[in-house]
Write a protein that binds this ligand. Sequence first.
Ligand code: SD4
Length: 336
Amino acid sequence: MTSRKTFLKTSAITGAAMLLNSLHIDAKAEKRERKNKQVNKPIVLSTWNFGLKANEAAWEILSKGGKALDAVEAGVRVPEADPTERSVGYGGRPDRDGRITLDACIMDEMSNIGSVAGLEFIKHPISVARAVMEKTPHVMFVGDGALQFALSQGFPKENLMVPDSEREWKEWLKKSEYKPIVNIENHDTIGMIALDANGNLSGACTTSGMAFKMHGRVGDSPIIGAGLYVDNEIGAATATGHGEEVIRIAGCHLVVELMRQGKSPEDACKEAVNRVVHLMEIRKKNLSDIQVGFIALNKQGEYGSYCVQGGFSYAVFDKEGNNLKNSDAHLIIPKK
Ligand code: SD4
């Protein structure tokens, strides 16, 4: 039988243990809370100066506590719908056969992925990529199959050629010289990565690809791991520039893996650019003929970028506002 003395002693010990436990839980919650407060979120980053407008649409969602996935889709739909943006969606430049073929992909915090490549006649390839992700058991649709799928989902079939693109293409046909020039002829993909108020990451990437490319050519932008990669435990990255060089190093997957090893977003981008440079040297190719730019964001909301040659900018929207940043570069080519 328990004596009164033993009972009191046991109760006191149990009470103290419970108190210690609750203090411990409080301390843990406080630590978590403090850590959460230090995270720079929400935040959205996107490539090039058209990222500023795209970020605004994404911020609309992020600032109200919305999901990063919804934000990146809404964000990149802005240049997709803009006929004056000549390298994405509606108004994008055609391939050498005069066909506008679009590439896009999307990735969320659960590593769900969706992608389309060589998609014609659809203004918003990013939303088709999201439909691939959410409504099919597959991850990537190409060409006619992608169009067929888009139409089955109710996306309207539209003519995406604008007079300026047609004129430029006809001009190009006179010489038919396939000489990609960085930041001018082939500019520019929008890649967008975001961290939402709940601490979840997502990304989207969409482009009409290299201007006057060979019909059927696919760049890095619709390829998960090349033009975009998200790992919700680590960070996210997206790319712009010569897709062939980004694919060669599995660029954005590399950037995220480098962050996993402890590199800052900027150092991870720089290391990936070094890899591009190294392979160009090994292959005896002229570095000044290409551009590759990466932007990256980690789980703490820290971000960075790096590119092969100067002239690459990206837009960042966080509590500091919506700002355009110039990326550091491996090569600074003096202006002629
Ligand atoms: C592609 N990466 O199709 C895209 C093009 C691009 O700046 O980003 N240009 O290779």
